[in-house]
Design a binder for this molecule. Structure first.
Ligand code: IYR
Length: 220
């Protein structure tokens, strides 16, 4: 077995005032984040996307296996193929695969099978979950990969929002076509597809509310 090696933690203490200020500033920032479905085609520097993905890559992960891959698509032809395949699945889902209950839940969001944002947004980030690794000719699963990738995506969305970019957590279902179009191996399973860009100038979002703190938190 490999012996652990430890180094000092780099975590300077902030002090209570600075803590309170940061706590509320970060809440205000994140509370303004909205899922956006209407994008501007305006270009976004790749360096910003790189920084956001690097931020996502700081997420904790099971056994530190970092079971994620972020495929950044900016090529118009690849985006077109993704839109075509996603809309094909979504047509099927909206017309017969999703239950009445499910459709009723989605009604306030105003979603349907049309996904123009897949071609309009300057980038699509497709996040893959790596389910296993090969070592010395042997296959080993990754551990807690769903949780790990979910946390990484949370950091990715926060990083992009913090730099003034809009996102949509889109999960066309099933997502296997993404593996095929993007040529990823079988141990990389699509997790979520995230269009990224500036919102359209006249972008609108559904008038929906977040649950209040009292409803989501219990202190014992
Ligand atoms: N994947 C479909 C349907 C959809 C499902 C859920 I759950 C949502 O919160 C939103 C949409 C779509 O993207 O339209």
């Amino acid at each position: 077995m490999q012996q652990p090696k430890f180094i000092p933690l780099n975590a300077p203490e902030l002090g209570p005032e600075e803590q309170a200020k940061r706590a509320s500033d970060f809440f205000e920032l994140m509370n303004r984040r909205r899922t956006v479905r209407e994008y501007s085609p305006r270009e976004v520097p790749l360096e910003l996307i790189e920084k956001a993905v690097a931020t996502a890559g700081t997420a904790p992960s099971g056994a530190n296996m970092q079971p994620w891959r972020f495929v950044v698509v900016r090529d118009a032809e690849v985006k077109r193929k993704i839109r075509e395949a996603a809309e094909k699945e979504e047509r099927e889902s909206y017309s017969s695969r999703m239950s009445e209950k499910w459709l009723r839940r989605l009604a306030p969001l105003g979603t349907d099978e049309h996904k123009p944002f897949l071609e309009i947004a300057p980038y699509l980030i497709i996040v893959f979950r790596i389910t296993s690794v090969e070592e010395n000719g042997e296959t080993e699963p990754t551990y807690y990969s769903q949780e790990s990738v979910g946390i990484a995506v949370g950091l990715l969305l926060a990083a992009l929002h913090n730099m003034g970019l809009a996102t949509l957590t889109h999960t066309p279902s099933p997502m296997k076509f993404l593996q095929e179009i993007l040529g990823r191996p079988r141990n990389e399973v699509p997790f979520v597809l995230i269009p990224v860009g500036y919102p359209a100038e006249d972008a609108r979002v559904p008038d929906i509310k977040r649950k209040p703190l009292e409803e989501i938190m219990q202190v014992i």
